[in-house]
Write a new protein. Sequence first.
Length: 312
Amino acid sequence: MQTRNELEQLREYTIVVADTGDIDEIARVRPAEATTNPSLILKVARLDKYRAIIEQAKRQASAAEERADRVLVGFGARILEHIPGRVSTEVDARASFDVPQTVKRARRIIALYESLGFDRSRVLIKIAATWEGCEACRILQAEGINCNLTLIFALAQAEASAQAGATLISPFVGRIYDWFKAAEGSCWDENANSGAKDPGVQSVTEIFRRLKGARSRTRIMGASFRNKGEILALAGCDLLTIAPKFMDELKDSFSPLPRALDPGAVPETDPISISEAQFRYRMNCSEVATVKLAEGIRSFAADTERLEGMLL
């Protein structure tokens, strides 16, 4: 009889990261690390219990962009008080195609954390995995600023991120699942597209095998889950960022949880080498990656603008 719950078993293979900006939830579920994005921060910034973070940002800066960065860092700093590892904080998505601006905003975010007494090793700067985002990552990593390349929907993005030396990448499972389900419409068969057959799970598995086969040091963190089955099918991925509600589901189940991904079982492959032209062509050939990357950038940019509106 299995005496450990699924969450405990998952932690044997995978670093469990909380996918939320709610400090109270992070304190409750006690993850190793945490990741945020503008949408998550906007959601919790509207709650009265976190009003002090908003008011402090308004007092400390006059420009909307700097106020927004201070809010992101304010939540990140509070989160770091409850976790032993790192927090991911996202650069303004409106800079996704602007290398100098991405680098500038990343440096400011790190400087704000350091001014609060947190070492930069405890912060991951999240950047959209555009070609320009990867180029900014290359610059930042050389300065000792660790990056989490996000909004990854295609192998080309993962390869470009790894080539740039990203500490971490976040391929999105659920948003790929959403795209294929919408594309199939009434023909969608949930049973035939679940678990290891889930298109989002298959994308992350392909990325895992490619990067591990190339012996890349870039770590892989599956993100954006729609159901517990997707999480179980990726047990063994370096990290998984999971919403608290799914952590609770895992905690309540005591079924055996076998390892699905094992880097030791991946045969060695060719080193990663991808040019800008190859990256752009391969992205152009992937409709799901083209659509979901653009949609993700627009969504995060819109929520950043809403957050700035709260800070006027």
